[in-house]
Design a protein around this ligand. Structure first.
Ligand code: AGP
Length: 613
């Protein structure tokens, strides 16, 4: 997804902007650019491809400046070309933009009639021309921008500079995240605070509709109605700044191996010995008491964790639970039932579809006078989702940089289980001994996860057998059916091998037709009530010449044989097995992708945080 960095300082900021863009590379992009204001001129460089291309261009042209904006672009309107890369210029204005201007065609037609010439296919360029036009009737850059923003429809963030205003950076947040980094005698903007961590740990988080007027000495923020408002400056804990690969070849591998610790952190916030902490989600108790059903809304991997939670909600605490992909939910106008708890699951907390589904539900419930409550399970404490829900539970996974979600997923599962236990306790629907046993198992989980990671070398060997394959099936049952979906998603997103996840019971209803001796079939086989049925499914695959790759409980009785490879997974309570069985599918996908030579951390066409529809 696109990234914005900008700044105003006394020193040359070109290196700071480039470094900021590099720190946003993980979000996925296809071109990069920057514009600097120097002696009342706009100096611009843009390049297709990686930020390092832009860096080389800036070194060659030696452009410098104390005010500037920079951008990584993930193409939405118009191809990934240099002409379409940001910043976009109009006369003496330069603009960078994240998100989408939905009414840009209409605006563009009017601007063309007024004589403006467009040099790109983007929606962004209209903003630059609109500011130029507005400056004909407005005395300041700020008031010109304030007059332009209400004309724009869509969800966006903007960074704007002008050659005649060499100490003014204007930032707009309207549906797409933007933070202001506070320095001493200098200020910066970033679409993710990560971009600015080398220069500051003090941030002002802009709210929807905010327009920030930023100079070297000052940050002034104006709301929709143009009234100046105060936003607090927050200081970040130094630990969030760890965003390097360390000893690992890729962020994804590092993040896979960080899972025991991430899990431990997530669990520790809620537990005290073999009980839930008294203050854990205390503020939500009243809502939890009244909850009659749960609706989970999420996308991608986060949706898969929701699917697992459905089994837990219904089997463990007898509470009805529905799960739906946010992009479908938001356009379906689902019936709102009073006392439903809407749970948004998201690593980033900025996923456009999930946020839109939440906002739409809140709006419709309010209009109908229905009491509902909302909850976010999220990895980013400062995200929009956390701010806009009634309650939240953080997954303490630390920054996840690899596009393929790993530690965010397993910590989401742990967080969901903790939150289910809490509702069960509040509603008196979970026996004390079941609660105690579950907590005991949760504490044990990081250790089991660590032991599962020990199978890395074995999984690497198996991955060699996938390198030449075109297709792959993943099968599981019960709570490991969503792990089959997740395994398939992981494999396709980073290795580009076509993969499908199925409930093993569905095999005979279609996918069995695909099985031949060139089709690897990955089986998730924890020791649970469904194991015998799963073994029958394995027979069905073998009988058709399929090659089995089985991740099986060490006591499952499943052994290696011809065309049946087995990795023994340490035993765990059947409730928590999806957390553990995530590990082998993550490792398998990772190694296959590395062997196939793909860009593991930034797979093609994908973005880490999908902040546009
Ligand atoms: C997973 O590996 C993905 N890259 C993707 O499916 C992701 O989970 C999805 O885009 C949702 O993101 P979120 O958790 O930040 O909302």
């Amino acid at each position: 997804m696109c990234g914005i960095v900008g700044g105003v300082a006394e020193r040359n900021i070109s290196d700071i902007l480039i470094e900021g863009l590099k720190r946003l590379e993980y979000r996925g992009y296809d071109s990069a650019g920057l514009a600097l204001i120097n002696q009342q001129h706009v100096l611009r460089e843009r390049r297709v491809g990686k930020v390092v291309n832009l860096e080389d261009a800036v070194k060659t042209s030696q452009i410098t400046g104390t005010l500037g904006i920079a951008h990584t672009r993930w193409a939405t309107h118009g191809k990934p070309t240099e002409d379409n890369a940001h910043p976009h210029l109009s006369d003496r204005v330069a603009v960078v933009h994240n998100g989408i201007i939905e009414n840009f065609e209409e605006l563009k037609n009017t601007l063309i009639q007024q004589g403006y010439v467009f040099s790109s296919q983007t929606d962004t360029e209209v903003v630059a021309h609109l500011v130029t036009e507005a400056l004909k009737t407005h005395a300041t850059l700020l008031s010109a921008v304030q007059s332009v923003v209400p004309k724009l429809k869509g969800a966006f963030a903007l960074g704007i500079v002008h050659a005649d205003y060499p100490d003014e950076l204007i930032a707009v947040r309207e549906g797409s995240p933007l933070v202001v980094g506070v320095g001493i005698g200098e200020h910066f903007i970033g679409s993710d605070q990560l971009a600015l961590l080398p220069i500051t740990n003090r941030f002002i988080y802009l709210e929807e509709g905010d327009i920030a007027y930023i100079t070297r000495q000052d940050v002034r923020i104006f709301a929709h109605n143009e009234h100046e408002i105060e936003r607090p400056t927050k200081e970040l804990d130094a630990t969030v700044s760890h965003a390097s690969k360390g000893e690992y070849k890729h962020f994804m591998l590092k993040e896979i191996f960080e899972q025991p610790e991430a899990l431990q952190q997530t669990i520790s916030q809620a537990l005290n010995g073999n009980a839930l902490r008294e203050d854990f989600l205390q503020h939500a108790e009243l809502d939890f008491k009244q909850v009659k059903q749960v609706q989970i809304i999420a996308c991608g991997t986060s949706y898969h964790s929701g699917l697992i939670a459905k089994y837990w909600f219904e089997q463990l605490i007898d509470l009805p639970c529905q799960v739906e992909i946010a992009s479908e939910f938001r356009y379906r106008s689902p019936v709102i039932v009073e006392h439903t708890l809407y749970v948004c699951i998201s690593q980033s907390g900025e996923t456009a579809d999930t946020l839109a589904a939440l906002r739409d539900t809140q709006k419709r419930a309010k209009a109908k006078g229905l009491h509902i409550s909302s909850m976010a399970i999220c990895n980013v404490a400062t995200s929009s989702m956390i701010r806009e829900t009634d309650h939240h539970l953080l997954t303490l996974a630390g920054p996840e940089i690899g596009v393929a979600s790993t530690k965010a997923f397993t910590t989401q599962l742990a967080a969901l289980m903790l939150f289910i236990l809490k509702i069960g306790q509040v509603q008196g629907k979970i026996a004390e001994h079941v609660l105690t046993k579950m907590i005991e198992d949760l504490w044990h989980c990081p250790k089991v996860l660590l032991n599962t990671l020990q199978h890395n070398a074995e999984i690497l060997r198996l991955s060699e057998l996938f390198v030449e394959k075109q297709h792959c099936l993943f099968l599981g049952r019960g709570t490991n059916y969503p792990i089959a979906l997740e395994g398939a998603l992981k494999l396709k997103e980073i290795s580009y091998i076509h993969a499908e996840g199925y409930a093993a019971g569905e095999l005979k209803h279609g996918p069995l037709a695909l099985v031949d001796n060139d089709m690897p079939v990955v089986i998730l086989a924890p020791k649970d009530d469904m194991l015998d049925k799963l073994k029958s499914n394995m027979e069905e695959v073998q009988a058709r010449g399929g090659e089995l790759f089985v991740f099986a409980d060490e006591h499952s009785g499943i052994a290696e044989k011809d065309r049946q490879h087995v990795v023994k997974v340490p035993s765990i309570s059947h409730w928590l097995s999806p957390i553990i069985y995530s590990i082998p599918v993550q490792l398998l996908s990772y190694h296959v992708a590395v062997l196939r030579g793909t860009d593991v951390d930034q797979p093609r066409n994908l973005a880490k945080s999908v902040t546009v529809e």
